[in-house]
Design a protein around this ligand. Structure first.
Ligand code: BGC
Length: 752
């Protein structure tokens, strides 16, 4: 008998034994969960052995930078820490932000680097769940190696405003796309036997006044938009934890919102993990606990440690039932058990992740997410005959820009530009930061036969002169955005529009490469023949941009967000509350001695667009944006032919997609659906990504997500497909109506 076979047998009998132990006493330390064991039952059995103090200890987490002396365990500088209970084998939990990589804001862990993916919005632009999953898998592996076992990732708030400072951390404006991509990212993280959250439940849709803003919307609209994104992400990713948001929803704080946490999440969706608060989002003890909050995070950031001694007192007085406390802890343990974090401790000492292999993951994501917005006269890829290429602006000599805030990764290679902020809500935890991935060096490496030079663009006349003397000019324009602040408007800052105009005036072969958090206005679009949307492209962004500019890789990203032609096209024309915030900040600055008395009062934001977020709003308002959701060009072309649509109980469209051009490339066919005769705009009901050689054809079937075809009916309550005739567009983007077919669907209802 080979050792290997012997090992398998031994493993099998141990599992069987573990199953037997489970049945007798599921809480026993070291018990291995078998596939069929019920994590919840095991968690409850552990809770049954806990003292009141032990339960309370798990209901609140420390904020390491402010928690010195509160534990004998090593405090790794990061977002969160919850001591374990060794006698019950409950692991110590260390939490790190991790939307784009294992975060290390303001270099709180000196010298600790991690692989930085492109922004989540860039990943969303790939329309490829495999890219999202690979990114999550990579992050989870690095987190585990660094001894983190709960990751604050999975941001899935829909983009309702193009100036939201955190758009780069989210997955765009469509619930199906965002939900699918978040779910894949979460599943990737958790494949490392650690927990990912999904965040921020719900409607943390603007950063201006995020701690006080009251997001107003009706239930059906919320279920069909932001909540649907969460619902899909939770179904696909099965995150161990959900993070409730800072803001209010219809008057109630998100972390005190019974409708959201208890009725929707736990009852309607059957969610079994735990709800953790955002950092500084708790306002009460009994009210929050009884509404469904399971754990207070970063307790030092709240006005009180509500879920420490006050929670114990509330349980003792009966204000919080013991059963609720037991449920809170059972949910925490269920999340840890289901993901494998409970049974697979992180290493005792930090390991070095395989950074070289992980950099490839980051580069593939950037290549798949960069969007070619415009390419008149096939200016791109850069012609082989171009001998003199000038790059202008955007610090393209040094690296690529990243977004700011809790997601900030200190990437492998370091931060060649890092500028602290001097004011604003993000000042304490965000810095204007670049990754060391120089587009200039990358282009020089890919084009050894050309002379590739750089002009910083500060002197507009000098930049224009350099452009005139070159065969092609590539202007890099940047817009820095950060958590905790919205950008005040959609214009490129620092006179960059004028720079682009000046360059394009003297050089007809001008390309604009945009490193931005989200959409920007392009007043120069008519005179610039080629525009590449590079987002924040991550630590291999320079290389990815160079490979796309030169045609080594054909661009394949598609916009996960509408680019408006003017700010006035959006449902709101400017960040709501910015005027109030500016006035409060000015008063505080003028009265430094009692600055803290000037506080922003709660104010409402009415989400008048309801479920018609993003491209749906544009269709409903008959607005033509600058670039539509789903738009993205390629160096080749694709045709859709012979669609066959079937209806009845489910909606499927089968068709051929052919690469009709001369290069290999990837395409993203999209299916939009609306009930015939209804005033409802068409909704993205299915999409896929397909890579084809020149001339190659593939037959593809897209199946509509039934909840996209349905409407939410609060009287049911649940989803209702009205039935009847439906229009189905097989499209290249949200505006494309070249191929519309009609089919009939049966009426149906579905649970909430
Ligand atoms: C952010 C969360 C983050 C947390 C911990 C908060 O300010 O909103 O997304 O996970 O901080 O850093």
């Amino acid at each position: 008998m080979s050792n290997r076979f012997y090992g398998m047998l031994l493993g099998a009998s141990l599992l069987a034994l573990a199953g037997a132990v489970d049945a007798r006493d599921a809480s026993k330390p070291g018990t291995t969960i078998s596939a069929s064991a019920d994590a919840r039952a095991r968690a409850q059995a552990i809770v049954a052995r806990m003292t009141l103090d032990e339960k309370i200890a798990l209901a609140h987490g420390l904020f390491p930078p402010m928690a010195a002396g509160k534990t004998t365990n090593e405090l790794i500088p990061s977002a969160g820490h919850i001591d374990g209970i060794p006698r019950l084998s409950i692991p110590l939990v260390r939490e790190s932000d991790a939307s784009l990589g294992v975060a290390n804001q303001v270099e709180q862990r000196k010298g600790d680097v991690a692989t930085a993916l492109p922004s989540s919005l860039a990943t969303a632009a790939s329309f490829d769940v495999a890219i999202a999953r690979a990114g999550g898998t990579m992050i989870g592996a690095e987190a585990r190696a660094k001894r983190f076992n709960v990751l604050l990732a999975g941001g899935v708030n829909l983009t309702r405003d193009p100036w939201n400072g955190r758009n780069f951390e989210y997955l765009g404006e469509d619930p199906l796309l965002a939900g699918e991509m978040a779910g894949a990212h979460i599943a990737g993280v958790q494949s490392n036997h650690i927990v990912s959250t999904v965040k921020h439940l719900a409607l943390n849709a603007q950063e201006t006044g995020r701690m006080v803003v009251d997001a107003r919307i009706d239930e059906a609209s919320l279920r069909m938009s932001d909540l649907l994104a969460f619902q899909i992400a939770i179904e696909k990713g099965r995150p161990g934890s959900v993070m409730c948001a800072y803001n209010k929803i219809n008057g109630d704080w998100a972390c005190e919102n019974r409708d959201l946490m208890t009725d929707v999440l736990k009852r309607d969706w059957g969610y079994r993990g735990w709800v953790m608060s955002d950092w500084g989002a708790v306002h009460s003890t009994a009210r929050a606990a009884n509404a469904g909050l399971d754990q207070q995070s970063g307790q030092e950031l709240d006005k009180a440690m509500y879920f420490a001694a006050p929670l114990k007192a509330a349980v003792q007085s009966g204000a919080v039932p013991v059963a609720r406390l037991d449920d809170m802890i059972a949910r925490y343990l269920t999340g840890l058990i289901e993901t494998g974090a409970y049974d697979n401790p992180v290493p005792a000492t930090a390991q070095v992740p395989p950074y070289a292999a992980h950099a490839e993951v980051a580069q593939r994501a950037a290549e798949a997410g960069i969007v070619l917005l415009k390419n008149d006269g096939d200016l791109l890829p850069v012609a082989r005959t171009a001998k003199r290429i000038v790059l202008i602006g955007g610090r393209a000599d040094v690296g690529v820009l990243s977004g700011g805030g809790s997601s900030q990764v200190r990437s492998v290679g370091g931060a060649p530009i890092e500028i602290p902020l001097t004011s604003g809500a993000a000042m304490s935890f965000a810095r204007y930061t670049y990754h060391a991935s120089s587009p200039l060096k990358a282009l020089q490496a890919v084009l050894p036969g050309a002379t590739v030079t750089f002009a910083d663009g500060k002197d507009v006349a000098a930049a224009a002169a350099a452009a005139r003397a070159a065969d092609i000019a590539i202007v890099f324009a940047t817009q820095w955005t950060t958590e905790a602040q919205d950008v005040p408007d959609l214009s490129l800052p620092d006179n960059q529009d004028a720079l682009i105009v000046a360059v394009a005036k003297v050089q007809p072969r001008t390309v604009a490469v945009l490193e931005t958090g989200g959409p920007v206005l392009m007043p120069w679009i008519g005179s610039v023949p080629a525009v590449l949307q590079a987002w924040y492209p991550g630590q291999r962004g320079g290389e990815a941009i160079a490979d796309i500019l030169t045609g080594k890789v054909s661009p394949s990203g598609r916009l996960p967000i509408t680019f408006p032609a003017a700010a006035s096209q959006a449902p709101r024309a400017a960040p709501v509350g910015l005027d109030r915030l500016t006035s409060v900040e000015a008063q505080a600055a003028a009265n430094p001695a009692n600055a803290s008395t000037f506080q922003l009062e709660s104010f409402p934001v009415d989400y008048v667009e309801g479920a018609n977020v993003g491209y749906r709003w544009y269709e409903k308002q008959r607005q033509r944006p600058l670039f539509a959701f789903g738009h993205g060009l390629s160096y080749t072309s694709f045709a859709y032919r012979n669609p066959v649509v079937t209806g009845g109980r489910s909606l499927n469209v089968t068709f051929e997609v052919t690469n009709t051009g001369k290069r290999a490339g990837a395409d993203v066919p999209q299916m939009y659906v609306a009930r015939d005769g209804s005033a409802t705009p068409m909704r993205l009901a299915g999409f896929t990504r397909v890579t084809l050689k020149p001339g190659e054809t593939r037959r593809i079937t897209l199946t509509a997500e039934p909840r996209i075809v349905a409407d939410y009916d609060t009287t049911l309550p649940g989803w209702r497909i009205a039935g009847g005739a439906y229009r189905v567009a097989l499209a290249h983007d949200a505006q494309d109506r070249a191929l519309v077919v009609t089919t009939r669907l049966d009426a149906a209802t579905m649970k909430p």
